[in-house]
Design a protein. Structure first.
Length: 169
């Protein structure tokens, strides 16, 4: 039986990082950058390679909001919920984004993500994007945007839809 290429890729990443001092965070970042998330099946081999318990690896995964243990939506919109952005209207922006994207607002938008019914868009809280002087800010997939108003979000959404249409042609 042939080996699973994704298992081979995971093994390769572990070998590449395991000898680095403090290898856990760089290795987890590499795994997420490669797969889009940290699959459950990665925890045990990472723990073994780094001489850690599975609980220690799991603790790091759940402590840092950046790490995902499930495949992300096609579009991830992270809305800054830190004080500077909240003082400049990020709560209203979050409500507008949810209404525009069809995502049901989370019970606690400061800590919970919400995903559209079709699973294509996820709206997540994040603390902080480092754009405090130009609040409110958001990150759409890997690109940051500052001074985002509901109207500016609508323009961003339209440009993203136009880009998607070009790519699918």
């Amino acid at each position: 039986m042939a080996s699973d290429p994704s298992n081979d890729l995971l093994d390769s990443l572990i070998k590449q990082y395991q000898s680095l001092p403090g290898a856990l965070l760089p290795l987890l970042h590499a795994i997420q950058d490669t797969f889009g998330f940290i699959p459950d099946r990665a925890v045990a081999p990472v723990a073994t390679a780094l001489n850690l318990s599975r609980a220690e690896v799991h603790g790091v995964l759940t402590y840092y909001h950046h790490f995902r243990t499930e495949a992300p939506a096609r579009h991830v919109i992270q809305v800054c919920r830190a004080e500077a952005c909240q003082s400049m209207g990020s709560s209203d922006l979050y409500a507008h984004i949810c209404a525009t994207t069809g995502c049901k607002p989370a019970t606690d938008p400061d800590t919970q993500a919400t995903t559209s019914e079709d699973g294509s868009i996820s709206v997540e809280p994040v603390y902080c994007l480092g754009l405090c002087a130009t609040a409110p800010s958001l990150q759409w997939n890997d690109r940051q945007y500052a001074r985002v108003t509901p109207a500016r979000f609508d323009a961003l959404a339209a440009s993203h839809q136009a880009m998607l249409a070009e790519v699918s042609r």
